[in-house]
Structures are given as C-alpha cells and as structure tokens.
Design a protein around this ligand. Sequence first.
Ligand SMILES: [Ca+2]
Length: 151
Amino acid sequence: MAVKDGLEEAPAEATIPAAPAETSISAAPEEPAAPVGGCDQADNVCLYKNTEYGGPKKFFPVDNCVDDFRAVRTEEVLSTLNDSVSSVVNNSTKNIRLYEGTGRSGRYIEVLAGATVADLHVKELTVLNGDGSVASSPGEFNDVASSLCAV
Ligand SMILES: [Ca+2]
C-alpha cells in the first residue's frame, strides 16, 4: 500500500456479500422462531423477566439443562432468573420444559420447538404435573420457573 506523507490510509472495509437467501422456505412447525427479543442465535432458549421479551434476560444453548435458576444471573446481572420469568423464546428445534421447581421438579409447561410465549400470565397454557397429568388447562406459568431442559 502506498504511504503518502507518512499517513497510512485506513484499509477499505472489505465488502462482504450478503449471505445467500434461503432458497427453500419450509413451513414445517419446527422452523425456528422468528427472532424476537434479540433471540437470534439458532438453538438458543431465551428467557425474559418481563412480558413481550423485555427486561433482564438470559439465553441458553438448548442442549444445556439448567437445573437451578437461583444460580443464574441475567445478562444485566441485576438479579437471578428464579421465579421471575415472564416470556420465553424457544429458537431451537427441540421442545423444552420449564419447571416450577429446581432440578426439573414440580409442575411444568412445554414450549415447543420454534414457539414463543409473549406473556406467561395469560391463561392459555397447559400446565402439567410432574407425572405428566394436567394440572391446569388453560393455565398460566408466570414468575414460577426454576429450571429448564430440552425433551
Ligand atoms: Ca419456582
């Protein structure tokens, strides 16, 4: 590169071609969720303290079970996730369960692959007991989750 008057030109930014668009659009139900709430990493499960994917948040690779939200601080490090999750994005191809108790115990809900729940207060969920029987349907699951795992 030519240097003029001792000033080196900054190298031009390499032009990176846009990634090729997906050529086939699948309508399969396991299609990952549209990225909302910044949950744009494939195979992540994203939990938020507020409804509509707002507030302090924490993202997890779907293959890692998280057995105790009391030990998990949000990205904002304000507090733990325990008993405070109000919305969920499952941007993965696996169904997950959110459990009321630590160590995957107690009542749970399933959030299907690619699904989102904008407001866990809303009574439109099927809440199951640990033995798989229905605890409430429609039910809600706000501010109770303490562990999660893919199924
Ligand atoms: Ca709990």
